[in-house]
Ligand binder design. Structure first.
Ligand code: SF4
Length: 100
């Protein structure tokens, strides 16, 4: 696996990943998109490549204050966002392009 360093990737934002105590729900629109792209099955079970169930459990408690959407976004949504580049030392490297 390649090791990536912050400076090597072109990104606009470094967004801190924060922890919440409560498990968060993904918005239905995000779920639909994830189903369409095969990242979630019909029952709503996540199927993310290379992400273990243990990691997934942790990811469900994480969120970012997204600078593009100007909202609190569950990390899983951020992880599958077209702007997501990498996760380095508790931060998301985000391309910062406008999203619809
Ligand atoms: S990758 Fe997407 S969801 Fe995550 S911070 Fe950037 S724009 Fe927001």
């Amino acid at each position: 696996m390649a090791v990536l360093f912050m400076g090597e990737l072109e990104h606009k934002y470094e967004v801190e990943i924060k922890l919440t105590e409560k498990r968060q729900k993904l918005p239905d629109s995000v779920k639909d998109e994830m189903k369409q792209s095969g990242m979630m099955d019909e029952k709503g079970k996540l199927k993310l490549k290379g992400v273990s169930p243990k990691m997934l459990k942790k990811m469900k408690l994480e969120y970012v204050d997204c600078p593009v959407l100007n909202d609190k976004i569950q990390f899983i949504q951020c992880f599958v966002c077209p702007n997501f580049q990498s996760r380095v030392m508790g931060k998301v490297l985000c391309k910062g392009e406008p999203l619809n």
